[in-house]
Design a protein around this ligand. Structure first.
Ligand SMILES: Cc1ncc(COP(=O)(O)O)c(C=O)c1O
Length: 371
């Protein structure tokens, strides 16, 4: 039934999912009934290629753009795959952060694109590194997650964002901004404006998703871009043949976004995630020795651990596994130097997160670290 099933007894900090108790089952149940009542048979036809107008209008109003700059997608993964077919060609390359979302990388390489990794720092990709990467003429686009990055949790400040935009604009290469976590700011302050807003969408394609705010099983998201690109994307055979990929679900979510319920849901979810982040981070800080750096992300789902580079990722993982905790290896996300692990706080209760931290600290303290 589900993509990932944790082994019995294991506290699973691996997946970037919401834990089942955070998924709004009862609310979604009523949304489908509301959508069918409101839209009748139109809810069961092929949807408009760019997505149902009511949802595009609500998304556009929320994101400060127009409906012509917005199309509905079946989530960020599908949007990225579609973009690869329009912006990319096998043999061309994409500039990515050295450490970046593993499955985004996989979608791009599945389409025959090569990855050019550019160095980053505590604010994500460095503009000079981007400039160097863009000196190659084969780059189809740049893929960035400037807000609550997966896996590092970093946020690029506004000045960094403007510099990256300036470099890409000077080189004439579009940026794909993966903004899956932007609504999940956990400290009461909004993140800096998106790249799309700063560039007024010129040369920026922004990908949004309901996977992290409502539930990934909805397979619903959206894409913001200049109208000409939206026309090219919605003119692809897949959409002309079948219409928008997720018509009924998009109408169900229209019912939620059309009134106060979406914002109420987000406020509650931010609080639930904040409690989980605090539980994991404070438990880790209390028990880990100072050979491990624990970041405290201001949003999103992940804590990124940085170890003494002498320590071996394989033996840290093996020790965690023996202690009954699953975590994600840093090497899965690219080729950054050093030893890192990613811990998700979205997928377990605060008590289990604290228990996981205690298990990990004991396991890693006792572990021999042959390389
Ligand atoms: C950065 C990032 N982009 C995209 C996705 C997947 O989004 P979707 O479920 O909308 O395809 C994830 C999920 O882990 C993610 O972390």
């Amino acid at each position: 039934m589900v993509q990932a099933v944790s082994a019995p007894g294991v506290i699973d900090l691996g997946p970037g999912y919401l834990e089942p108790s955070l998924l709004p089952v009862d609310e979604v149940l009523t949304l489908y009934a509301e959508a069918l009542t409101e839209f009748g048979p139109a809810a069961l036809t092929y949807g408009a290629n760019a997505g149902a107008e009511p949802l595009r209008a609500l998304l556009a109003a929320r994101n400060g753009c127009t409906a012509e700059e917005t199309m509905v997608t079946a989530g960020t993964s599908q949007a990225l795959a579609l973009l690869c077919t329009v912006l990319g060609r096998p043999g061309r390359s994409v500039v990515v952060e050295r450490t970046s979302y593993d499955l985004g990388r996989r979608i791009m390489t599945d389409h025959g694109l090569r990855l050019r990794e550019a160095d980053g720092d505590g604010e994500g990709m460095r503009p000079q590194a981007l400039d160097r990467a863009l000196s190659h003429s084969d780059v189809a686009f740049v893929y960035l997650t400037p807000t609550f990055h997966n896996p590092t949790g970093t946020v690029a400040g506004e000045s960094r964002r403007r510099k990256l935009l300036a470099v890409a604009a000077r080189r004439g290469v579009p940026i794909v901004e993966d903004d899956a976590y932007t609504e999940l700011s956990l400290d009461g302050t909004a993140p800096p404006p998106s790249l799309a807003v700063l560039a007024r969408r010129r040369g920026v394609i922004r990908l949004g998703s309901f996977a992290k705010t409502l539930g990934p099983g909805l397979r619903l998201g959206w894409l913001e871009a200049e109208p000409d690109l939206i026309k090219r994307l919605t003119g692809r055979g897949q959409l002309v043949s079948g219409g928008a990929l997720n018509h009924l679900t998009s109408l169900a979510v229209t019912m939620l976004m059309g009134d106060f319920r979406y914002d109420r849901r987000l406020a509650r979810l931010r609080e639930q995630l904040r409690v989980r982040r605090d539980a994991l981070v404070s438990a880790l800080q209390a028990v880990m020795d100072d050979s491990v750096t624990v970041n405290r992300p201001s949003g999103g789902f992940f804590v990124w651990l940085t170890f003494d580079p002498q320590r071996s990722e394989a033996s840290l993982l093996a020790a965690a596994s023996r202690a009954g905790v699953a975590v994600a290896p840093g090497s899965r996300f690219g080729s950054e130097a050093g030893t890192h692990l990613r811990l998700a706080y979205s997928f377990n209760s605060p008590d289990r997160l604290a228990a996981a931290a205690a298990r990990l600290a004991a396991a890693w303290r006792n572990e021999e670290t042959p390389r």
